[in-house]
Design a protein. Structure first.
Length: 192
């Protein structure tokens, strides 16, 4: 989880820096300058997506409609890669969050079984006989919940962050594609 937070903070910072620099260039509609600008390697998820669109623009064919579609496909492919990269490791959190209560339940069951075995072995059903087994059951339940609750909270937080970045990527891709379409004189229908 800590690794994901570090990665998310860095890519957000890098993407914001990229957006500020590249946004100023694209606001002027100067795609040639944008395509020839070296933004460095730390451009974040947004920079990698727009960078793929700029690369597609640089090598695009002379047919304007084909060029716009080529840029759109490049943006979409890289956007999918970036979202997948941002989701890395979230499945583990989801699995831990969903299975930890069951591990706790298994411990609860084993503790109750132990309590009944002790009761059967002693031949008496007093509180002293079964308390150790019940304590074991409650401890494992508590540990299962102590693992599950933070894992589910972290998963939900990080998933929400990835969803928000996915929307940012989509909006930025469509804005960039609009700039390309205007520059080339082609038409563009935004993608969902």
């Amino acid at each position: 989880m800590a690794e994901r937070i570090i990665v998310f903070r860095k890519t957000r910072k890098d993407s914001r820096n990229f957006a500020a620099k590249m946004g100023a260039i694209l606001a002027k509609g100067d795609l040639q300058q944008a395509a020839n600008t070296n933004m460095g390697k730390d451009v974040g998820h947004l920079g990698r997506v727009i960078g793929s669109g700029l690369t597609a623009y640089r090598i695009s064919p002379s047919d304007k409609e084909v060029a716009v579609e080529s840029v759109a496909r490049a943006l979409e492919r890289q956007a999918q890669r970036e979202v997948q990269s941002l989701k890395r490791g979230l499945g583990i959190l989801a699995t831990v969050g969903s299975t930890a209560p069951f591990v706790g339940l298994l411990g609860t069951t084993m503790g109750i079984v132990t309590a009944f075995q002790l009761m059967a072995a002693s031949g008496a059903g007093g509180l002293g006989t079964i308390s150790a087994g019940i304590a074991e059951a409650l401890i494992t339940t508590a540990f299962g919940l102590l693992v599950a609750i933070p894992a589910v909270m972290a998963y939900n937080f990080l998933s929400g962050w990835v969803d928000a970045r996915s929307v940012d990527i989509s909006e930025s891709s469509n804005e960039f594609l609009d700039v390309v379409a205007r520059h080339l004189g082609g038409s563009h229908t935004p993608q969902a």
